[in-house]
Design a protein around this ligand. Structure first.
Ligand code: PEP
Ligand code: MN
Length: 364
């Protein structure tokens, strides 16, 4: 299905540069909201102030957001700074209250986008309402869920849509809080070239230090803007403290970003897509190696219980013949394959020997 979209420059005519949205993860108090907003109003690139008032928290004992009272604080931000205001909504009640309070842009969070029932309820309650809506990618890397959410809103008549790339839950061991999997937003852009797409480097990085590089990458991939969390005293933040920036530090990052001409973007995108695939495969390789070694250790325990030798030459020969055969068919070089298999085997033997020797080491 094609989306009926109004392009960003049509409904944001004064926007000449990437759309920058910033503000705290959560609205915590009127002072915190106003202090952050006043500092952000001094950063010329920032056009929209964000703050979550209904927070989707994993555990019920965490800070759940200040709720409805935060809407008045956002109204004050708008009145005093002129910034547009946006907040996360997850239910028809949130939408009703946000619309009543004159929120300029709504956003749907990653935990809501995964749920088609919630998305349909939200879309139904937005029928006949003319408001821009930002749709974060769902937590897990399923582009169809993301597209489905956009379609439901578009079917309800929302034409000012923005997709927000905030990364995906993936294997635990990785440098990011949420894996960027750049190929997914790139694919979304390929399918819907007119759909505005912005990046949320804060939730991808999970820490301040990664935000500049992720932001630059997003711009290099021709994304239309950035949503970056900021707080006037980030270390005291009640949610996502490690990833929130001081507004002054945000300004430095924004000043250093290079907005390239679209000339080499196709090349960049392809390269990025290929690199992301390699990254993903490496994580999978490491994960699989880790799992293999755990099973090898279980075999070691079992051999120990049953008094069987660690190295069984026949089994090893069978493995080599079998794996070499498969690997060569997959186009791997014979010498390379042999080296890799031997290394894995040596490490497996070492682990099983450790298991067998362990009581002796303990005794000595
Ligand atoms: C947020 O923006 O603070 C938030 C909760 O984001 P996400 O839905 O992407 O986790
Ligand atoms: Mn957050």
């Amino acid at each position: 299905m094609d989306l009926n979209i109004i392009s960003l420059d049509q409904w944001f005519p004064l926007l000449k540069a990437p759309l920058i949205i910033s503000g705290p993860c959560s609205a915590e108090s009127e002072d915190q909201v106003m202090n952050t907003a006043r500092d952000l109003a001094k950063v010329p690139q920032v056009k929209v102030f964000r703050a979550g008032i209904w927070k989707p928290r994993t555990r019920p004992d965490g800070f759940q957001g200040v709720g409805k009272q935060g809407l008045a604080w956002l109204q004050r931000v708008k009145a005093e700074t002129g910034l547009l205001i946006t907040t996360e909504v997850a239910s028809p009640l949130h939408i009703e209250q946000a619309l009543e309070a004159g929120i300029d842009i709504l956003w749907i969070g990653a935990r809501t986008v995964v749920n088609p029932f919630s998305m349909q309820e939200i879309a139904d309650s937005l029928k006949g309402v003319d408001i821009p809506v930002m749709v974060k990618n769902p937590i897990h890397p399923d582009i169809k869920l993301w597209i489905g959410a956009l379609e439901r809103l578009n079917n309800a008549g929302i034409t000012r849509l923005i997709a927000v790339h905030r990364g995906f839950h993936y294997f635990e061991r990785q440098p990011y809080r949420n894996s960027p999997m750049w190929e997914i937003p790139i694919e979304l852009k390929r399918i819907y070239p007119n759909l505005p797409l912005i990046c949320d480097p804060s939730h991808i990085s999970g820490k301040r230090s990664g935000i500049a590089a992720i932001s630059q990458k997003a711009l290099d991939l021709e994304m239309d803007g950035l949503m970056i969390e900021s707080h006037y005293a980030p270390d005291t933040a009640l949610t996502d403290a490690r990833q929130q920036l001081l507004p002054a530090d945000l300004e430095k990052i924004l000043q250093n970003l290079i907005v390239r001409s679209p000339g080499d973007i196709q090349f960049q995108s392809r390269l990025e897509q290929l690199r992301t695939e390699v990254d993903k495969i490496d994580w999978e390789l490491l994960d699989i190696l880790g799992k293999r070694m755990k099973i090898v250790e279980e075999i070691g325990d079992y051999k120990k219980e049953n008094d069987i030798t660690v190295l069984q030459i026949k089994r090893w020969r069978d493995i080599i013949v079998d794996r070499m055969d498969v690997g060569i068919k997959l186009g791997l070089d014979r010498d390379f394959l042999l080296k890799v298999l031997e290394l894995i085997h040596q490490e497996s033997i070492r682990r099983q020997m450790d298991i067998l020797n362990w009581p002796r080491k303990e005794e000595s």
